[in-house]
Design a protein around this ligand. Structure first.
Ligand code: NAD
Length: 478
């Protein structure tokens, strides 16, 4: 089947095809069509037409909620197939793949429920002859550009509210992991979304993403990905004064006080950084730990990190899969070489595994790095890999200072049994999400997004819907 979907039709692309690689063994999972500039133009034109003149604008919020609910049902029906595809495409374990589908289903159900609850408001002008109404309208044509680490999940955070608000859209998934995004578009079509409302074009950033962000007929770009790409997108959008919502990287502190239960501290520090081989925007890659327990906790993390079972995400008992691509593996190797040259101590990992079963894949051992100097590249930059750095503190003020010592501000955690301290630290951290005695959870009804250079938007929750709405004031002098 062709892999681009434009104006209600599956079609090939004018830029040939590209392989989709399984990071477990570098085999080819599929060949997908690649969009050329003409395909991008056709997709935007279809979305424009569907927004300006199609039946979509006449759908009620309740009807759109019904469509989202149907998509959720279809996700449940195809859960296993989608989870498997996500594993083949990203390398994550099948358990994580299934969890992703369940989370995505919950996001569609959340916005299905919210769609018709968002009614604008009446403003009290104090006049008996004036009716002042605030109405929420769709923005128009949205370009939705997503990364490779949680392809389906990140896309659902955009597609579901964009549909709920009544927009039309052109989706551009990561060229590294396009398969489940194509599948989601299939489900949107099956759920009865009219032609032109949801379109998908495949290809890389420069040839497909950039033309979308520069396009005159695109009204909004919602982007999740790296900081530098986010900067380029904001710059490219400036000319046409598009709305931009960018969700970018993170360098997330995991602050652990000495009164934390030992097992809890170790379990969560490992989950924080090694989940999906560290390829998580909220990865707790900086362990910031109180001096008095640091040695014992780090020793135990090092011991357990060496026991993590790497392998094929589809196999039973595998805990962590490979990195997503050869290019990303090279980047991680580069970070560790930099740490070595700075004189840091590599407590474990720091290499590719020597297991012959893993030799063709993009595997990297879970790695713990200590003795980094303040200002080290490893502490400041997002590595997006299984690399844990360790910093120590002895006072609460120092812990807060270290936790905020980053250009990013996506997420962070504080572990302590002292609830007063937990709340003081949580209030003081400049991060979009702060977990107390937990790591990584999110919820469809709670906003997600970053402060600082982690982004300028919010996804999920009511604000995640508002991102896709224009606010209009209608002043009616009766
Ligand atoms: P990336 O920035 O390289 O690519 C993301 C997307 O942008 C891809 O679809 C890519 O093709 C496209 N793109 C690249 N150049 C472009 C351009 N000039 N114009 C338009 N589009 C362009 O990011 P990645 O490597 O795919 O993903 C990893 C990054 O995503 C990490 O930094 C991670 O922290 C971030 N991320 C953030 C969140 C969040 O919620 N804040 C969630 C997941 C991932």
């Amino acid at each position: 089947m062709p892999s681009l979907y434009i104006d209600g039709t599956w079609t090939g692309g004018s830029a040939g095809t590209a392989p989709v690689i399984n990071p477990y063994d570098a085999s080819t999972v599929a060949e997908v069509d690649q969009a050329g500039p003409d395909d991008v133009d056709r997709a935007v034109a279809a979305a424009r037409r569907a927004f300006d003149t199609g039946p979509w604008r006449a759908t009620s919020t309740a009807e759109r909620g019904e469509i989202l609910s149907t998509i959720a049902d279809l996700l449940v029906r195809d859960r296993e197939e989608i989870a498997r595809t996500e594993t083949l495409d990203t390398g994550k374990t099948i358990a994580e793949g299934r969890q992703d589908v369940d989370d995505v289903t919950a996001v569609f159900r959340y916005y299905a429920g919210l769609a018709d609850k968002d009614a604008g408001r009446i403003v009290d002008t104090g006049s008996s002859t004036v009716v002042s109404r605030i109405v929420h309208e769709p923005i128009g044509v949205c370009a939705l550009i997503t990364p490779w680490n949680y392809p389906l999940l990140q896309l659902s955070w955009k597609v579901a509210p964009a549909i709920a608000a009544g927009n039309t859209m052109v989706i551009k998934p990561s060229e590294v992991t396009p398969l489940t995004s194509v599948k989601l578009v299939e489900l949107c079509a099956e759920a009865g979304i009219p032609p032109g409302v949801v379109n998908i074009v495949l290809g890389d950033g420069p040839s497909v993403g950039a033309p979308l962000t520069e396009h005159d007929d695109v009204d909004m770009v919602s982007f999740t990905g790296g900081l530098n790409t986010g900067r380029a997108i904001i710059r490219a959008s400036a000319e046409t004064v598009k709305r931009t919502a960018v969700e970018l990287g993170g360098k997330n502190p995991n602050i652990v006080f000495a009164d934390t239960d030992f097992e809890l501290a170790v379990d969560y520090a490992m989950l924080a950084v090694f989940l999906h081989s560290g390829q998580v925007c909220s990865a707790g890659a900086r362990l910031i730990i109180e001096d008095s327990i640091a040695d014992a906790v780090v020793d135990e993390i090092v011991r357990r990190a060496q026991l993590i079972r790497l392998g094929n995400g589809l196999a039973d008992g595998v805990e962590v899969g490979p990195l997503v691509s050869a290019a990303h593996l090279a980047k991680i190797e580069d970070f560790v070489a930099a740490a070595r040259s700075e004189g840091a101590t590599i407590r474990c990992g720091g290499a590719r595994p020597d297991d012959p079963e893993l030799k063709d894949g993009y595997f990297y051992l879970p790695t713990v790095i200590t003795d980094l100097a303040p200002g080290s590249r490893l502490i400041g930059e997002e590595t997006f890999g299984p690399l844990l750095t360790v910093e120590r503190f002895s006072t609460e003020a120092e812990a807060i200072r270290l936790g905020n010592d980053t250009e990013y501000g996506l997420a962070g955690a504080v572990f302590t049994q002292d609830m007063g301290r937990a709340n003081r630290v949580a209030n003081a951290l400049r991060h979009g999400t702060v977990w107390i005695n937990d790591f990584h959870p999110y919820f469809p009804g709670a906003e997600w997004g970053g402060m600082g250079r982690s982004g300028n938007g919010r996804e999920l929750g009511p604000t995640g819907l508002a991102e896709y709405q224009e606010i209009k004031h209608i002043w009616h002098n009766t």
